[in-house]
Design a protein around this ligand. Structure first.
Ligand code: ZN
Length: 279
């Protein structure tokens, strides 16, 4: 009799350059050692872990004496990477499952044993992000003085899926400065990235006009844009632009506000970006 014990897969993730920026100050520190930790990720019918080798650094800043770094897509101290979180959101928001079904489907397909509490945490974070950051981003775009802001219909449909009373949905309908255009078929180069319908539609549209810039925060969507040589800007980049053209007096308070409303920004990236505008 064979056992049904699932196969465990370890995926090595090196994240220990000789020098790395302090997550708080952004100042480079020198590596003094490396450690490893395992973070659960997603693989169909496998128990998959990222085996992260991360650096510990001697800091040269005032805020700390030592610090550690974490790879993109893995929050500090998290037991699950962002792919697990995204999967929970997909099942819940796109596939319309209830929490029990989300838990059950992830257990069956990805051998993930998640708690109800974990799912609630992921949903709570997302709800705040959707309600506030989406709204603020649009206001920022306008303030940043982009000549024309185009929204593919697929993004509108995604927002509409949250109900006609949704504040972002209503805001879009009211926004005369926003031009809604039909969704184009997703080109094969975008389809292979398996992104959300909204992100795919933004990229498909951007491919037709080389002068435009895609506004995307999703990490994989941004990578896809870079591969396709599409100019891309995230919410953080918009704030910096708004400061540069004088629409807002300073960027940091706006960034902090976005953070409080649930937008996830990596500390050292934020600090490096704000340093560009002298903050
Ligand atoms: Zn520091």
């Amino acid at each position: 009799m064979g056992t049904d014990a699932p196969t465990t897969v370890l995926i090595p993730v090196p994240c220990a350059p000789m020098r790395a920026p302090c997550p708080t100050s952004g100042k480079l520190g020198k590596r003094k050692g490396t450690c490893t930790r395992q973070v659960r990720t997603v693989a169909f019918k496998f128990v998959a872990y990222l085996r992260i080798t991360y650096g510990e650094y001697t800091a040269q800043c005032k805020c700390c004496t030592t610090f550690r770094i974490t790879p993109e897509g893995v929050l500090p101290k998290a037991h699950y990477d962002n792919k697990v979180r995204d999967l929970v959101l997909d099942r819940f928001l796109k596939d319309g499952m209830n929490i029990d079904r989300v838990l059950e489907s992830l257990r069956c397909e990805f051998l993930l044993e998640l708690s109800t509490e974990f799912v609630y945490g992921v949903l709570r974070g997302r709800a705040e992000q959707l309600d506030m950051a989406g709204h603020r981003r649009k206001v920022l775009l306008l303030r940043a003085g982009a000549p024309e802001i185009i929204l593919p219909d697929a993004v509108l449909q995604e927002v509409r899926g949250r109900g006609a009373a949704d504040p972002v949905f209503q805001e879009i309908l009211r926004a005369v400065w926003l031009k809604i255009v039909p969704t184009l078929p997703t080109p094969a180069q975008v389809r292979v990235w398996n992104l959300g319908a909204g992100e795919s539609s933004v990229l498909a549209l951007s491919m037709t006009d080389r002068d435009c810039e895609a506004v995307l925060d999703d990490r994989d969507a941004r990578r896809c844009a870079q591969t396709l040589k599409i100019g891309v800007r995230g919410t953080l980049g918009l704030v910096v632009l708004a400061k540069q053209i004088g629409s807002i007096p300073s960027a940091r308070p706006v960034v902090e506000q976005l953070r409080r409303s649930g937008l996830y920004l990596i500390d050292d990236v934020t600090n490096q970006t704000l340093a560009l505008v002298g903050e």
